[in-house]
Design a protein. Structure first.
Length: 422
């Protein structure tokens, strides 16, 4: 007998709108004894089928939907089809693979003569690709001419189907290796341990040199942030390059120098790159040197960004273009208030350092801080700074990080390009 979650009366509305989460407060009872991650049916109070979902007994999100089709079978072929569709979608929206690498399409899957590759990009984006809790990124190494897949299994359901997802990912991409970076705190909410491990193929190299928009960047998939790099900021980095000519630039939370390099490539007269991690700054310097960009124009500062900005304010340093791309300040809704204070603080300090007519590219990747709230926070910071500003553009995550129409939570990255008026 298939296990089932029976919802309380009236609590099926979000599922009827195709939202993929079922919270514990909406559940009336559990029928059967499913294991963590196992597939069960979701039914309304009258026993009508609503969806097939993965069971997560330790999470407030008690079930994550795989399919709303009553006739669907959640089995290896289901995951192969979903993953193949996600990979095919990336081929349609990303630029051509590196020269000499041939792609051959076979339906919605791909066969390959020799290796096949995409540029560094996200191949599967969890709920937005119908694969809740599963992240898959691909990095093409321009040195070894090989592909490295990096996966995250962030939900009980993704963990339950880990072996299947891993095998299908390797077969569909023809990659040389698959590495697991399931060392994200959200796994603990699912009752899962953190894990960093090789899954398939040989060990990844210490540095994978990817190409992005004509620049080469070293990625450390074992120890780097997320799966090794912030792929979601690709378009924002390109925009900064287009704006940087003749400007003095301050890049805060610079990590391995993605924005800094693009500013230099765009003709910035100087770049000040700030990060708390000495390892990240060493890699940022290495990236600048590898691309033969003018290292003499870069000042690397190791330190807490908040404290560094206050010191700069007190010493009356100013800039023409400032980038604020901090890590996630809010892991969940309970942390939003604290996160809001952090966002307001750094944006206020940035406006104090920005010259009249200068530009601020400011971002939030906290899912609990929506775009409207983020704009209000920044507006409050501008007000407290005693100045005024205009919104020039809105930023969002790159196209390989799509947002399912019925899952607005997938739009986690938001940003503003602002001009200081006075």
């Amino acid at each position: 007998m298939t296990a089932a979650l029976i919802l309380k009366p009236g609590r099926e509305k979000s599922l009827l709108r195709r939202h993929p989460w079922v919270f514990s407060g909406a559940v009336d009872r559990l029928e059967g004894s499913p294991a963590s991650g196992e597939t069960l049916a979701i039914q309304d109070a009258q026993g009508q089928f609503l969806a097939w979902a993965a069971y997560s007994p330790q999470s407030q999100i008690m079930a994550r939907v795989w399919s709303f089709d009553a006739h669907e079978t959640i089995a290896p072929q289901f995951f192969r089809r979903r993953l193949a569709q996600a990979i095919a979608a990336r081929r349609a929206i990303t630029v051509a693979p590196p020269a000499g690498v041939k792609l051959v399409e076979d339906g919605i899957s791909f066969s390959h003569a020799g290796k096949h590759s995409f540029p560094a990009c996200r191949l599967a984006h969890a709920e937005s690709d119908g694969l809740p809790g599963f992240i898959l990124d691909q990095y093409y190494d321009t040195v070894s001419r090989s592909d490295t897949l990096v996966a995250q299994f962030l939900s009980a359901g993704a963990e339950y189907w880990r072996a299947t997802l891993a095998a299908e990912a390797m077969e569909l991409t023809g990659a040389s290796r698959l590495f697991d970076r399931s060392d994200v705190d959200v796994r603990q909410l699912e009752g899962l341990d953190l894990r960093v491990a090789r899954i398939s193929g040989d060990e990844p190299p210490d540095e994978i040199w990817i190409e992005e928009s004509g620049l080469y960047l070293a990625v450390d998939v074992r120890r780097g942030h997320k799966t090794g790099f912030y792929l979601d900021q690709r378009r924002s980095r390109e925009r900064v390059r287009a704006l940087a000519a003749g400007r003095e630039v301050l890049d805060c939370f610079c990590y391995t120098g993605g924005f800094s390099m693009n500013a230099l490539a765009g003709g910035a007269t100087s770049v000040t790159a700030v990060d708390a991690s000495a390892d990240a700054l060493r890699l940022a310097r290495r990236n600048v040197e590898y691309n033969k960009l003018p290292l003499e124009r870069v000042e690397f500062i190791e330190g807490d960004v908040f404290q560094t900005l206050r010191k700069m304010r007190d010493s009356r340093r100013t800039y023409d273009l400032i980038i604020l791309d901090p890590p996630k300040f809010a892991q969940n809704a309970a942390q939003v208030e604290r996160a809001a204070r952090g966002y307001k603080d750094i944006n206020l300090l940035a406006f104090k350092l920005l010259r009249p007519g200068g530009l601020l590219a400011t971002f939030s990747c906290s899912g609990g801080v929506g775009a409207e709230l983020f704009q209000k926070i920044v507006a409050g910071a501008v007000l407290d700074a005693g100045t005024d500003a205009q919104i020039i553009e809105h930023f969002q995550q790159a196209a390989d990080h799509p947002v399912a129409l019925h899952f607005p939570e997938g739009a986690y990255l938001k940003g503003l390009l602002l001009r200081k008026v006075a």
